[in-house]
Design a protein around this ligand. Structure first.
Ligand SMILES: C[S@@+](CC[C@H](N)C(=O)[O-])C[C@H]1O[C@@H](n2cnc3c(N)ncnc32)[C@H](O)[C@@H]1O
Length: 268
């Protein structure tokens, strides 16, 4: 049954979630009550007031993650927004292979990777592009998300595949895992490094990135949070580095990036 949340509790909760995770709930009161009411009861509270109070006092990361999982969506699938992958294959990869002829290291980040389809997909494009040369390159894809739950699924790498995954890839990059399930083959699995990372935190990875995929993640963030994150992505990228965001998303007009294709940007 739906529970009601007071103005004060709603604002406290929304402010906390925004400050910690960037997720903007201010216009989402109904979503908050509908998605969290069940949890309030399951956890033995008789209403939102003690629930919010304890959640914000304890700041138990496990509980916070369960709350966050209810409030965000982890929806993702193989071959999503394929235009990005086509641009990646036709334009970005040839350029990076030329650029990194000496060091043979590509630095690619799937930021907000959810259950892993996106970084595995990126890896498949890379392996396909490099063919027999792939072994000479370090093409490991960094894949991060805030949710341990989706990362656990990602690491297992077992999926129901949509028809849009080419049959040749099903044979090459997956092994049957029973029924309609397929397991990502080791050559692809071992090419993705999964890590927990909150996109609100400073970006301190060792390498500067050639490409950052951050698709369908910033939809939850308000403009200042998004702008600040895009600035951190910019600083964490190599000159000429790319940023790909979801097709329904936009960057601010005053972004330092230049637009090179739909929802695809390049550091100047
Ligand atoms: C809809 S999925 C997008 C998956 C994939 N990039 C795609 O486009 O299919 C959004 C992901 O962003 C993650 N996310 C939301 N807020 C985040 C934050 N502050 N830091 C890191 N990941 C976050 C969620 O956990 C979720 O898995």
């Amino acid at each position: 049954m739906l529970k009601t949340i007071s103005d004060g509790d709603f604002q406290r909760l929304a402010k906390f979630i925004q400050s910690q995770y960037g997720i903007n709930l201010t216009q989402k009161r109904q979503l908050v009550t509908s998605r969290l009411s069940g949890m309030v009861t399951e956890w033995g509270y008789d209403g939102f007031e003690p629930f919010v109070k304890q959640l914000l006092q304890e700041r138990d990361p496990n509980k916070l993650e369960l709350v966050l999982n209810k409030l965000t969506t982890n929806y993702t699938f193989f071959m999503r927004e394929t235009e990005h992958f086509q641009f990646f294959e036709k334009t970005v990869l040839p350029e990076l292979i030329r650029k990194h002829q000496r060091d043979k290291v590509l630095a690619i980040w799937s930021a907000g990777c959810s259950s892993g389809e996106e970084p595995y997909n990126i890896s498949m494009y890379i392996k396909d592009f490099l063919g027999p040369q792939a072994d000479k390159w370090d093409t490991r894809v960094l894949a991060t998300d805030i949710s341990q739950r989706v990362l656990a699924t990602a690491k297992k790498g077992v999926y129901d595949l949509p028809d849009t995954v080419p049959d040749s890839w099903k044979k090459k990059y997956f092994t049957p895992a029973g029924g309609s399930r397929y397991a990502v083959a080791p050559v692809i699995r071992n090419n993705v490094i999964f890590q927990t990372f909150n996109l609100m935190d400073p970006i301190k990875f060792r390498l500067k990135f050639d490409v950052i995929f951050c698709r369908n993640v910033m939809i939850y963030f308000d403009q200042p949070t998004k702008d600040a994150l895009v600035r951190r992505f910019y600083d964490a990228s190599q000159p000429g580095g790319y940023l790909m965001i979801g097709h329904s998303e936009n960057l601010s007009k005053d972004t330092p990036y230049r637009t090179v294709a739909p929802s695809t940007f390049q550091k100047r």
